[in-house]
Design a protein around this ligand. Sequence first.
Ligand SMILES: [Zn+2]
Length: 137
Amino acid sequence: MNKKSPLVAALLNFILPGIGFIYIGGGYFISGGMLVFFVSIISSMSALLSSSSNTENLFLSILAGLIQCVAFSILGYGIAIMHNSIVENSKKLSESIEKEHSVNSGKTNDNVIFCSKCGEKITDDSIFCKKCGNKVR
Ligand SMILES: [Zn+2]
């Protein structure tokens, strides 16, 4: 998952409602964004066709379409911000896991001792030397 620009999502959703969701990505947003896109195209086309003879209705349907574009634009912006914080959190989580892991593996490297008989490197939790069998503890 990568971070997405909230402004790009807002702009895309303003011009073509739903496309900003597709830009943010992820299964739910892509399918939901496509549905929003088709529904908004169909609804604005039918609104334009039914109100083309009446100037007042035409104005209202254009206004409604504009408000819809602004609403989806704001929605796209907010969802992009939410998406980014999720990406940020999961990145932090994987980083802390990685850090913990490297700390643990560093610890085992520090706990290495040498056999008093043959000088073989052995971990300090072993009782016998793995090379010569000398009892270490
Ligand atoms: Zn040994």
